[in-house]
Design a protein around this ligand. Structure first.
Ligand code: HEC
Length: 157
């Protein structure tokens, strides 16, 4: 059977190139253009944009409740509010939408969700208001950092 599969190499090479291209487009690059305000605009359908903006408002609602929880030393409120917007949310995200987000954006987003999980853990374990405020300050830096670099535009098709 020696040398009986000349085409196998070609097919394998073609598959590797196709896989590489697919991971570049669907995992790394995303669907982006340069926005007219200098930020990177991620292109998505209006339904997807409404969905992500709804999640963003959920982030802000969580921040509101967490702040209230810290002020009133209500660690149960901090933990439940932070948990509601943790990494568990990402697991239900549509693969089509994730594919439109560039890898840097996904890293920033996952980082924010994970930071909420960490806050929930901290509130449950130790429940130190000062430490939680420091964590919240750090987390808010993730929000502003991402907003400075990205926006959502509606794709034309
Ligand atoms: C991975 C990037 C990223 C992170 C992290 C992020 N955001 Fe956003 N957020 C965006 C983008 C992009 C928009 C849309 C901005 C635009 O199109 O001008 C947005 C919009 C919003 C909006 C407007 C929602 C609406 O209905 O118009 C709110 C509120 C918001 N974000 C809150 C937050 C808060 C609070 C955090 C942190 C806990 C956060 N975001 C973290 C990317 C991010």
């Amino acid at each position: 059977m020696k040398g009986s599969c000349k085409f196998c190499w070609l097919v394998s090479m073609a598959l590797i190139v196709a896989l590489g291209a697919m991971s570049y487009f669907f995992v790394i690059k995303g669907s982006v253009i340069k926005g007219d305000d200098g930020r990177t605009a991620i292109l998505m359908t209006s339904g997807e944009r409404n969905h992500v903006l709804g999640e963003m408002r959920g982030f802000l609602e969580a921040v509101q409740a967490i702040t209230e929880g810290i002020a009133n030393d209500d660690m149960a409120l901090v933990a439940t509010s932070a948990n509601a917007v943790g990494m568990a949310l990402v697991r239900n995200e549509s693969p089509a939408l994730l594919a439109k987000m560039p890898i840097e954006f996904k890293k920033l987003g996952f980082g924010a969700h994970t930071a909420f999980d960490d806050m929930a853990q901290e509130a449950t374990d130790i429940g130190d208001g000062k430490m939680l405020t420091a964590q919240l300050g750090d987390l808010l830096g993730r929000c502003t950092g991402c907003h400075a670099g990205y926006r959502f535009d509606i794709e034309s098709n």
